[in-house]
Design a binder for this molecule. Structure first.
Ligand SMILES: [Zn+2]
Length: 414
């Protein structure tokens, strides 16, 4: 199979997987749903055709293994996730699983084995859409799965444990699916960039330096509801006007700071009527920066600012932290091997942080991690317009193959 054919096959397979959806008019494939079953079974078939032995673990990840050229060899993990967000694009997740399968398929065709085994993972949940907890699949593999969430229910009232069982997994024995780490070389994932940087640099691929840490808050503003016609402006305690000032301050604080991003993605106004002064407002706040210290300082500054604005307006504010995830550094040695691989193919090796979370966040607890980003059109992701070019996918295959060669040299048996 030529490189071009391999890349085109990956593109066609992304199209095929995009048909496995819970809704007819848009792509949504949540954890342990019938479309996820179809996707897993299809991936398993493709893995077998590429010369791998395949099994499903106790959370529902599909795992294919391609043996090494000798018995006590180490193992390199590859892969990505098979679940999607609502109204998703076709490439976020599947591209990484399919590129990994293509690399193995090309080895298999040449009847070539490497001095390390390859395991390809199709993770059953990364986005966390169904149970509002990301990395269900990779956290089981890493051995960091939180057993306390097994009782959690989805929108239809189905507990996570039951969903796992229906999917053919075993919620009582998830610990058995932790991947032992003694023979692991690391985990390496190909993923679309989900941002505009590589396109701006006119580069097909880039190496990920780190997965940016983030803080999430839920902030309440409590004022006094009242009649929109009878209460004079100077006597009001309007929660939304206060929230608006705070939101404006968030942008002003974040904008001048290099690498800092802050987003208010949800605003809820109560009672939410056109003729009633807003009595209570709740907003979400998401803050990210590669440097955890800068992120924490920024969050502290924003909180202070909010308290000041609210105090001057007689508004009570409650600032609740929902999530705090530290920055994950990709393994420096793997970054260097990736850079070398890209340079040997004649491209500039650009190293960039990932603003989005990925399975490496969970797997860094288990082993070395590396990520290769593929340019996407307009930086658009989590949207049906998500788009990658077959030519770039071909480059990703080549980089991975070069990376294998460099790793093989290190294993002393190339
Ligand atoms: Zn993804």
């Amino acid at each position: 199979m030529t490189l071009e054919t391999a890349a085109n096959t990956i593109m066609e397979r992304c199209d095929i997987l995009a048909r496995f959806s819970e809704e007819p008019d848009r792509l949504v494939r949540r954890f342990a749903t019938p479309p996820m079953k179809q996707a897993s079974e299809t991936i398993a078939e493709w893995m077998r055709a590429a010369g791998m032995t395949v099994h499903q673990d106790n959370i529902g990840n599909v795992i294919g293994r391609y043996e090494a050229n000798h018995a006590d060899a180490k193992t390199l993990m590859l892969g990505s996730h098979l679940d999607t967000v609502r109204d998703a694009g076709k490439y976020d997740g599947p591209l990484g699983v399919l590129t990994a399968i293509a690399c193995v398929e090309r080895l298999h065709e040449r009847q070539e084995r490497l001095p390390f085994a390859i395991e390809v993972y199709g993770f059953a949940d990364e986005e966390g859409l169904r149970y509002h907890s990301a990395y269900l699949g990779s956290s089981v593999v890493a051995g960091t799965f939180d057993q306390n969430i097994l009782d959690r229910t989805d929108n239809a009232g189905i507990p996570l444990a039951e969903a796992i069982r229906t999917f053919g997994g075993d919620p009582d024995n998830l610990v058995a699916s932790k991947r032992p780490s003694d023979d692991l070389l690391g985990y390496c994932e190909v993923h679309i960039e989900q941002g505009p940087r590589l396109e701006a640099l006119n580069l097909p691929v880039g190496v990920v330096s780190a997965i940016t840490g983030h803080s999430r808050f839920s902030i309440d503003f409590i004022g006094q509801a009242g009649h929109a016609g009878t209460v004079p402006m100077h006597m009001r305690r309007d929660a939304l006007f206060a929230a608006a000032r705070v939101i404006e301050g968030i942008e002003k604080t974040a904008r001048p700071q290099q690498g800092l991003v802050a987003t208010v993605g949800q605003v809820t106004v109560e009672p939410g009527a056109s003729n009633v002064i807003p009595g209570k407002v709740t907003i979400s706040l998401d803050v990210r920066h590669q440097d955890d210290l800068i992120r924490h300082l920024a969050c502290h500054q924003l909180e202070e600012q909010a308290h000041q604005i609210c105090a001057s307006r007689g508004i009570a504010t409650q600032w609740q932290e929902v999530q705090d995830t530290d920055t994950i550094r990709c393994t420096p040695h793997f970054i260097r091997l990736m850079e070398q691989s890209i340079e040997q193919l004649g491209y500039d090796a650009h190293v960039l942080p990932s603003g989005a979370g990925h399975d490496s966040v969970a797997l860094v607890e288990l082993t070395n991690v590396a990520m290769l980003f593929v340019r996407c059109k307009g930086g658009i992701s989590h949207h049906p317009a998500e788009s990658v070019m077959a030519e770039d996918v071909a480059v990703a295959i080549q980089v991975m193959e070069q990376f294998f060669t460099l790793l093989a040299h290190e294993q002393g048996q190339a």
